[in-house]
Design a protein around this ligand. Structure first.
Ligand SMILES: [Mg+2]
Length: 374
């Protein structure tokens, strides 16, 4: 039995040199809540979550002020029980958002700690479905100031040339005609056999405004349309799914197994996209994935390929890792010391224990400051 000795959270602030725009928001800074848990047998587990722009301190305070005092002295293997205790402790102020992200980071650190203690990579500790590699799709296609349609086409074409059979780009950020042109050019460049995913980042507020775009996209056979509406607007997701042959995918900012069940019950999504740093950690991600399996639905987790490679490799109904090689826009890669290898549209699994990476000391010095233990 390993007793938890310390639980600490740290704020890492990683600015974007050029702000990036989605259909609905602009990101100029990425703040990460980094969690470090030590056990009395000398092992260290790490976890993390993300908060856009300047809200990371909410997560850090939740871990340090609310969760850490409860965890010290507990058994690190009591992961399910700890999850339930922390969820119950914060029921009035939690259940989603910052508190659930903080709980996610702690839960990930516990799984990492226990897998390292067992000397196993996380995907094997969880019970592997794959042992050497998992499929990934090439993700990007952001709106950036000065980025032309030619630049977008080249970005998508590069994924295909590297061996990816699926790529994703943003939509909903310009006019319907402007977006149709972007989708048309990308489809022409990648050919008919590559899956083309479209991510609207909650762009539309009702069915008519969504259909203005969707009808223009249909001739180019997108594989899915992602987050067409606010996550709370489940009924419109279901209505859209009735109106278009394009599959609706969503879930990247949802938390808790119950909301995902509601999406499935209402026919609002054909693909679920839980994010383990958002939805309640690895413990809750596995419940969501199991729920989806019982509905015959696949899971394609959102972002953070360094973490989700393990969760896709350990779930039979997980389909793709979202691979974001660019370290400018999703800059978590700058904080860690090992990068995943990709080959022929797959991410290679390693035998390094736990998550298979640690936080990079030089990056911590730069982005956290001198507070992180060396
Ligand atoms: Mg998305």
């Amino acid at each position: 039995m390993a007793k938890i000795s310390t639980v600490e959270a740290f704020l890492a602030r990683v600015p974007l040199e050029r702000p990036v725009t989605f259909s609905t928001r602009t990101v100029y800074m990425r703040e990460y809540c980094l969690v470090r848990i030590t056990s009395d047998d000398g092992h260290v587990g790490i976890g993390f979550s993300y908060a856009v722009n300047n809200s990371g301190s909410l997560l850090v305070a939740t871990v340090n002020d609310i969760f850490a005092p409860r965890l010290t002295g507990d058994d690190s293997l009591r992961v399910e029980g700890i999850w339930h205790d922390l969820y119950q402790e914060t029921l009035l102020i939690g259940r989603a958002g910052a508190v659930m992200r903080a709980l996610s980071a702690v839960d990930i650190a516990l799984w990492d700690l226990n897998a390292r203690d067992a000397g196993l990579p996380l995907y094997k500790y969880l019970g592997a479905a794959a042992l050497d590699r998992v499929p990934a799709y090439g993700s990007g296609g952001y709106y950036l100031a000065g980025k032309s349609n030619d630049d977008l086409v080249e970005e998508m074409r590069a994924f295909v040339e590297a061996g990816y059979d699926a790529v994703k780009m943003k939509v909903g950020g310009v006019s319907p005609a402007g977006d149709e042109e972007r989708v048309r050019l990308v489809r022409e460049a990648i050919g008919p056999d590559v899956r083309l995913m479209l991510d609207a980042n909650n762009a539309w507020r009702d069915l008519p405004s969504a259909m203005e775009y969707i009808e223009r996209f249909e001739p180019y056979h997108p594989y899915w349309i992602e987050e067409p509406f606010l996550p709370d607007d489940i009924d419109n997701h279901a209505a859209l799914a009735q109106r278009t042959p394009i599959m609706v995918a969503t879930g990247e900012v949802e938390a808790g197994r119950w909301r995902f069940k509601e999406l499935l019950d209402k026919g609002a999504a054909a693909i679920l996209q839980p994010d383990a740093i958002v939805c309640g950690g690895i413990t809750e991600f596995r419940k969501i994935t199991a729920t989806a399996a019982s509905y015959g639905v696949g899971v394609a987790p959102h972002a953070w390929h360094d973490l989700h490679v393990h969760l896709v490799a350990s779930a039979e109904n997980a389909t793709y890792v979202e691979f974001m090689p660019d370290d400018h826009i999703v800059n978590f890669r700058r904080l860690i010391d090992v990068q995943l290898e990709d080959r022929d549209g797959h991410l290679l699994l390693s035998d390094r224990p736990g998550l298979g990476f640690s936080f990079d000391p030089a990056a911590l010095e730069q982005y956290v400051g001198p507070h992180y233990p060396q």
